[in-house]
Write a protein that binds this ligand. Structure first.
Ligand code: ADP
Length: 541
């Protein structure tokens, strides 16, 4: 308003009530007891209560969050008693309560007039959520940069990011999802939930690509807004979010280079339209996370390469040199003493040489398979096969060794189990799991192999159980990593390379199946395999 048109001069502004009715700011007047005596339409929009509901009500009850009510009433009492107050005429920043229960920041100015029954306090204010958020953005970016610079692991980094967004921006739920390298799923690396917020069935830890906001963002590689979760009826997870009072969600992809590796998602508790500044903030944070993870991956790869090199050297030293030394020394003996040896001794020497050569050829085959696996060339050549024949063949091949250790080997299968698969590769799986069972089961133990088709004959479940030395829980997550050997095997100095299971898993997965360790009560180990009978076997790359 210009100086030439003072309020009340009697020309332009005749009707203050009409002006208040169209004012963009909320206008509220209260008497000295805190009772609302005026409430304009902008107040209705800002706080969600209509005029009829608000007028006559206690202001503190209606729009002041519970924890601030006592202080608010005490302040009003002091003003009513005529005490000098700094709050009059100042811009104040307060938290307010909306009719739908969410809290939001407001900026207001307070003035007082003298009414017929005592003082009347007039507040003009507006919702400053957007401004407040923007002022928090820089804080979030700084917290994230600091958090990532100091994070010693990807997990710590993810936790710091969701905490920075959740705490500083007051988002009720923030989640960071990353793709699992081995399986085609997204895992929730870190989640921040506001204190007291119960997540119930919304708190999933695994999502398929394309499913839920995180899955969609990851698959499409672009930011997505869901302005009203309850209206997103196609998504079960959006419905679960709406059930716990969440209303809006935003997700942005996390990229390293050109590849999407995850998603950063925030959930809010009121319906909102897409806001560019917020998406920009999240894209910026996601870029920082992407760069951090790329850096970490490079570091981990360097460590992994150094470790692999050490393990490879150790493997060559033990597993190659030992049988080679046995072969060389036995062959020399045979050559030197050939004439003086009895037939039986000669046979024993030749047997020793053959066993050493057998160990070497298994190792060479495994190393070749590993090399093919790493270069993506592990060949699978499917044809109609019978799994029971494969099992029986494996048991027969290892009969001498199991008899030597007095192991009981039981086969529990139907007469045939037809499937479309590469039988020589499945033979490799059976031979490897069975030779492990024999190797890691002390004399007198038992081995059981079962195989059965599901009622619809689409899948076969195949298990290998032994009563041997077992695999401690701490080793289980690493078991399918190349060169990894469990402490139970290392402690007993049982020879091995840690290559068989890596190859076994690759073969099963190339058939569209899965392999894992079953939880085991008591000693022993059970490997649990599921293979489809008519797999859509991936052609050789
Ligand atoms: P290797 O037996 O040559 O060491 P594998 O890749 O076949 O290599 O197995 C990896 C590790 O898993 C083994 O070193 C051993 O610690 C553990 N393991 C495999 N099968 C069994 C089993 N049946 N019982 C106990 N431990 C096992």
């Amino acid at each position: 308003m210009s100086d030439s048109t003072p309020v009340g001069c009697g020309c332009e502004i005749q009707q203050p009530q009409a002006v208040l009715a169209v004012a963009p700011d909320a206008y509220i007047a209260v008497d000295a007891t805190g009772r609302i005596v005026a409430w304009n339409p902008a107040a209705q929009t800002t706080f969600g209560h209509d005029h009829a509901h608000a007028c006559g009500r206690d202001l503190a009850d209606l729009i002041i969050p519970d924890r601030y009510r006592a202080a608010h009433r005490a302040g009003l009492a002091r003003l009513g008693a005529g005490e000098p107050a700094r709050v009059l005429g100042q811009r104040l920043h307060l938290q307010a309560l909306h009719a739908d229960g969410h809290e939001f920041p407001i900026e207001l100015t307070l003035t007082a007039t003298e009414g017929s029954t005592g003082p009347v306090f007039h507040a003009f204010g507006h919702d400053v959520t957007t401004t407040w958020r923007i002022s928090r953005f820089a804080e979030v970016e700084a917290t994230v940069s600091r958090g990532l610079a100091e994070a010693a692991s990807s997990h710590t980094a993810a936790t710091r990011v969701v905490d920075a967004l959740g705490v500083t921006m007051s988002w009720p739920v923030t989640e960071l999802w990353l793709a699992d390298d081995d399986r085609d799923v997204l895992l929730c690396s870190a989640r921040h939930a506001a204190p007291g917020r119960r997540l119930g069935r919304f708190a999933l830890d695994e999502l398929e690509p394309g499913v839920g906001l995180a899955g969609r963002v990851y698959q499409q590689g672009r930011p997505l807004w869901i302005p009203d979760l309850a209206a997103d009826t196609a998504s079960l997870r959006s419905r679960a979010a709406a059930r716990i009072g969440l209303h809006v969600a935003v997700g942005v992809p996390i990229n390293t280079g050109a590849r999407s590796i995850g998603a950063l998602c925030v959930y809010g508790d009121r319906i909102e339209d897409p806001e560019d500044s917020l998406t920009t903030l999240l894209v910026g944070v996601a870029a920082q996370v992407g760069q951090y993870l790329e850096r970490r991956r490079a570091e981990e790869l360097t460590i992994e390469l150094a470790r692999t090199k050490d393990e490879f050297l150790a493997l060559v030293t033990h597993e190659l040199r030992n049988p080679l030394a046995v072969i060389t020394s036995t062959a020399s003996l045979l050559e030197e003493e050939l004439d003086g040896l009895l037939d039986a001794d000669q046979r024993q020497y030749v047997h020793t040489i053959l066993r050493g050569a057998g160990r070497l050829s298994v190792l060479v085959d495994d190393l070749l398979d590993l090399a093919r696996l790493e270069s993506g060339h592990l060949a699978i050549d499917p044809a109609p096969s019978d799994l029971v024949a494969i099992v029986e063949h494996a048991v027969a091949a290892i009969a001498a060794q199991s008899a030597e250790k007095a192991l009981t080997v039981t086969i529990d299968t139907p007469a045939r189990l037809d499937l479309y698969a590469d039988s020589s590769r499945l033979q490799q799986v059976a031979d490897n799991l069975l030779s492990n069972a024999v190797k890691y089961t002390p004399a007198g133990g038992a081995i059981t192999i079962t195989a059965a088709a599901d009622p619809d004959e689409a899948w076969i479940t195949w298990t290998f159980t032994d009563t041997g030395i077992g695999i401690p829980p701490a080793d289980r997550p690493h078991l399918f990593r190349r060169f990894y050997r469990a402490s139970t095997a290392l402690d007993r100095r049982i020879p091995g390379t840690g290559l068989g299971l890596v190859i076994t898993r690759a073969i099963i997965e190339r058939h569209g199946g899965t392999i894992g360790l079953a939880n085991h009560n008591g000693p022993g180990t059970t490997f649990h395999i599921r293979v489809p009978t008519k797999p859509d076997v991936a052609s050789n790359p």
